[in-house]
Ligand binder design. Structure first.
Ligand SMILES: Nc1nc2c(c(=O)[nH]1)N[C@H]1C(S)=C(S)[C@@H](COP(=O)(O)O)O[C@H]1N2
Ligand SMILES: [Mo]
Length: 330
């Protein structure tokens, strides 16, 4: 990140403070336009520039959120280009190449869709997608996402805290973990023919991690419903963990007593731990995790960015791991 230093204060570079100002700008502008003449005062270069930047891609159905009030939910960093965020993906059900999901995920049918919420809960229920969309007010959140492979993006998601759903199903005293099972349908997902992972893709969180307000159930990005390759119609986003914890195209959420066996732990337990918190001090057995490449910044002389503990979300989530040996529980 580039900084402008000013008497001891560190300011993000102007080009990196777009998300908040842009989103606020849009709302302020729309509100003022609705209010009439007052809006004209703002309709200068800055406002026009802001509007141009927030134009949603216009490719999919609009999904509006209001600015999140959750602490840490809006990074000041510049969002990754929509084209990059939707063409450089990991979604092994559609192939292991980075461009495979964008090319092949057209066969995914994100509607109709249902999510079974079951296990150690007092009120198990199968939720229809339309019902889920109305459970809580949609929020705009801008999160850094760090892949275990060493690259990162900043994505403006639309969704609500998973805790909203968890509270409604009332976990029992036996619920210690939450397991997320994602779609595995050979008719829709050509990648299932490969044995890279033991399908379905399963991920998991400890109940307190799942309840953390930053843990997002996302239905959209950039003000529109999720493109198939990003995990339509709903996926998890856990910003302080490596990207693979953020399971796409979820069909089942199970509350369980024991730590779930995740697809990546099954595939290579010595390389991918259950916790998988972003941690620059614990290297992957085959590569360092100390730095990362921000997608869109890949110039030949572009310096890599230092990876931050908990992907920079330590102030919000560090307490969840107080007293834990994070080298053992990686
Ligand atoms: N079902 C499923 N979910 C998944 C994956 C996958 O292969 N299948 N890949 C994970 C990995 S490794 C990453 S980095 C993120 C990528 O999310 P994005 O493509 O939306 O950036 O999705 C995660 N969720
Ligand atoms: Mo990843």
């Amino acid at each position: 990140m580039q900084y402008l230093k000013d008497r001891g204060f560190v300011h993000p570079h102007a080009s990196e403070i777009t998300p908040r100002s842009v989103y606020e700008g849009r709302r302020t502008l729309l509100r003022q336009m609705a209010a009439g003449a007052a809006g004209l005062a703002l309709a200068g270069w800055a406002a026009r520039d802001a509007l141009a930047q927030v134009q949603r891609p216009g490719k999919l159905m609009a999904l509006a959120g209001s600015r999140s009030a959750v602490a840490g939910a809006l990074t000041m960093e510049k969002p990754t280009a929509y084209a990059d965020a939707t063409s450089y993906n990991n979604f092994y059900e559609f192939g292991t190449g980075k461009s495979d999901p964008a090319g092949a995920a057209g066969s995914l049918k994100p509607r109709p869709w249902a999510v079974a919420v079951e296990g150690e809960v007092k009120k198990p229920k199968v939720f229809d997608l339309d019902e889920l969309l109305r459970i809580a007010p949609m929020e705009d959140r801008s999160y850094r996402l760090r892949c275990v492979e060493g690259w990162s993006m900043v994505i403006p998601w639309v969704g609500w805290s998973l805790a909203e759903l968890i509270r409604r199903v009332e976990p029992t005293g036996n619920a210690k973990y939450v397991e997320f099972v994602t779609l595995a349908d050979r008719a829709q997902m050509p990648g299932l023919r490969s044995g890279v992972l033991d399908w379905p893709y399963v991920e998991g969180l400890r109940l307190d991690e799942a309840m953390h307000p930053l843990t997002l159930l996302a239905f959209g990005l950039y003000g529109e419903v999720l493109p198939n390759q990003n995990g339509a119609p709903l996926r998890l986003v856990v910003p302080w963990k490596y990207g693979f914890k953020s399971a796409k195209s979820i069909v089942k959420i199970r509350f369980v007593e024991r730590e779930p066996r995740t697809a990546w732990v099954k595939a290579a337990a010595q390389e991918y731990g259950f916790y998988s918190n972003v941690n620059p001090n614990v290297d992957h057995p085959r590569w360092s995790q100390a730095t990362e490449r921000r997608i869109g910044e890949d110039g030949l002389f572009q310096k890599k960015r230092p990876t931050l503990m908990f992907n920079g979300y330590g102030p919000q989530v560090g307490q969840l791991y107080a007293g834990m040996d994070l080298k053992k529980y990686f």
